[in-house]
Ligand binder design. Sequence first.
Ligand code: DOR
Ligand code: ZN
Length: 356
Amino acid sequence: MAVEPQSTQTCVITRPDDWHLHLREGALLKKVLPDTASVFARAIIMPNLRPPVTTVDRAVAYRDEICQALLLSDAQQRSFEPLMTLYLTEQTTAQEIKKAAECPFIHAVKLYPAGATTNADAGVRDIRQAYAALEAMQTHGLPLLMHGEVVDPDIDIFDREAVFIDRVLTPLMKDLPELTMVMEHITTEVAVDFVKAGPDHLGATITAHHLLLNRNAMFDGGLRPHHYCLPLIKREKHRQALVAIATSGHPRFFLGTDSAPHPQGAKESACGCAGIYTARDAMGFYAEVFDQANALDKLEGFASLFGADFYGLPRNQDRIALHRIPREIPETVDFGEVTGVPLRAGGQVAWTVNLC
Ligand code: DOR
Ligand code: ZN
């Protein structure tokens, strides 16, 4: 459905979903969950906990924890559905995949190349060792979500995504031609072109930060740990390619924030960890990007329709209104026992969201 006739000040769209989200556990989960659940109707929940969510039983228990946290939160009056994922390892069995496919709460399996990012050490070293599970996923129609980067130290860190496409994804698609796959948080023109040229069952998510920032933002007047995420933000031509495809109305590119909360101290450190916290203002950030590209009429497809269609889930019925009214972003946010620093801390986002 098209965006309602609008002044340039307000835009009403179907309530969006976040197809890539980190919620963590415990006190942190309780604090970050309302930021997502108050705006988004559903989210694909990443399984890179410590230890990772490698079994159906663990995914169901994690879902229970999220639902409990939701009951206690301010967002409780709105429906929010966590869509759970399993963490793929070289030990994941075809039997566990079958069980996951039969579980109504599990919607995908996540591939982390071992060591590629936060809590990825239990991930996959050699993709061939995961073939029994991947074949079962193809058989049972369970999508593979990919952190699409190689970790070979000989490869320049800015080239990790392009080399993943060559060395891992291309052979995988030949071997498993019917496997539904999503390249998560794509960052380069190479990935845009590859997914665009791919089959209908190959999709991609795009974060707000990769649409808003280029790699200069990591070094703007000094080292900026709050702009450090993986895959790294790339040079301007790649950002422009991401904006072009996100705002084009292409149905296989959709919203995934990759909002990833870390304690302030763990980011502002000699070895700061990867992840950008965007959940609180995610829709405002995306609206800025689409507005700047004169493509607000394409925001609804990207944020609220294409992901659901790709996953074969019903579209949301409720709506949100985006108003071009600036909203302050705090210097820090409460992460329970610690504080966190959101994207653009101390600044403003140009759009404010209300549920209709
Ligand atoms: O920047 C990132 N942070 N990228 C990821 O892939 C993981 C995430 C996290 O869990 O912190
Ligand atoms: Zn992620």
